[in-house]
Design a protein around this ligand. Structure first.
Ligand code: MG
Length: 382
């Protein structure tokens, strides 16, 4: 099921303290707004509309640099008008496509929350993440004694709230209750069925200055480390040099393949694609496609790294093992590490290249071919 997202980032957010509005302030190294955009991209949003101010629109290309799949819309004077502006900007999407409406002030949105509201929407007109109230509630009316109030059946509503675009637009069209506090209230008023999905304590709303310190501490928990593994092998054939891990080595044979047959780069490309669940190298660069004939394999690796970055991923470290009897890899290891560091834009100490023989056993041992294995760790939004 495809879905789109509207992220509301049009507020001035003065309660969060002086200076920039909260959606533009840095949180654990990146702007608050960017956290949400990366999370929705990682979850597979077909389109994201960021609703913001005129100044905000001018800043988006910096704040969301390197990300694609988003557009912007100019917000209104209230949140409700901004949401409707965002929905209008999705006019080319199917009417019945789910739209997740989200407040930029809740940066730590997880893939599990997005999946949860989409699942709950299947039997409702709107689905929202919510947490049961855990604290004891007190009512303090002026001039009255303090009273303890039941917390039974009370929930804390969060965003993203999911509804089909046509449902939300129709509900807003008949809404006459002033400024609603969320989209669910508008759908409830229109007689729609609203369902609860599991909420997340990490989805805290940045409201007061001290919330930033708390969110900084929680931000680490909103990232996960994924591991990817890749393997490749190519056959030896006539030639006088071989490409391994992006380095040309003089040799009395070469590896045969459709591209430059750099098994080290191919295994590493597959490892990155594996870590982000994006298929394998053949899906992205089919060997039947003549444009990849003789291609330099650093393009494949760069493409996989760009796909990871587009999902908000950061490669932590890579470890490649080349398996062959000949040529000797050790004299070239440092050059290979430097080349991989250059292609991936990583410090040298995050890159490992190792080599082993198989003691003359198997196809590598008999000199029929060379094999490569790679492992990578990629940190991504949860
Ligand atoms: Mg290959």
């Amino acid at each position: 099921m495809t879905f789109s997202a509207v992220i509301v980032a049009a507020g001035s957010g003065t309660r969060a303290g002086p200076g920039q509005a909260k959606q533009w302030r840095p949180l654990a190294g990146k702007p608050v707004l960017r956290w949400s955009v990366e999370a929705f991209l990682a979850a597979g949003a077909a389109r994201i509309v960021v609703v913001t101010t005129r100044d905000g629109e001018a800043a988006l290309s910096d704040v969301l640099a390197g990300l694609s799949g988003w557009t912007s819309a100019l917000g209104g004077a209230t949140r409700a008008l901004s949401v409707q502006a965002g929905l209008a900007a999705l006019a080319d999407r199917p009417d019945d496509e789910p739209v997740l409406v989200h407040d930029a002030a809740r940066p730590l949105v997880s893939g599990a929350t997005i999946t949860g509201v989409l699942a709950a929407l299947e039997s409702a007109d709107l689905a929202l993440p919510a947490l049961p109230v855990a604290d004891t509630l007190k009512r303090a009316e002026p001039g009255e004694p303090l009273a303890t109030t039941s917390r039974d059946h009370l929930w804390r509503a969060q965003t993203p709230q999911a509804a089909r675009r046509a449902t939300l637009l129709a509900a807003y069209a008949v809404w006459s209750g002033g400024e609603p506090t969320d989209d669910a209230q508008v759908v409830e008023a229109a007689g729609g069925r609203v369902a609860l999905a599991p909420g997340d304590p990490l989805l805290m709303k940045l409201t007061y200055p001290e919330d930033f310190a708390m969110a900084e501490r929680l931000a680490g928990a909103a990232r996960i480390t994924r591991v990817g593994q890749g393997f490749d092998a190519h056959r030896w054939g006539p030639g006088d040099e071989v490409w391994l891990c992006g380095v040309a080595i003089k040799h009395d044979e070469t590896l045969i393949g459709h591209s430059d047959a750099d098994a080290g780069l191919h295994a590493l490309t597959d490892a990155i694609l594996g870590a982000i669940g994006q298929g394998d190298i053949g899906d992205h660069f089919p060997p039947t496609d003549p444009q990849w004939k003789g291609a330099s394999s650093d393009r494949f690796l760069k493409h996989a790294a760009e796909l990871a970055a587009a999902r908000g991923g950061a490669i932590v470290n890579v470890d490649v093992t080349l398996i062959c009897e000949r040529p000797k890899i050790k004299p070239h290891r440092q050059a290979m590490r430097e080349r991989l560091a250059e292609i991936l834009g990583l410090p040298l100490d995050r890159i490992s290249v190792k080599a082993t023989t198989t003691e003359k056993m198997g196809f590598t041992g008999r000199g029929e071919g060379l094999a490569a294995s790679a492992v990578v760790a990629v940190e991504t939004p949860a």
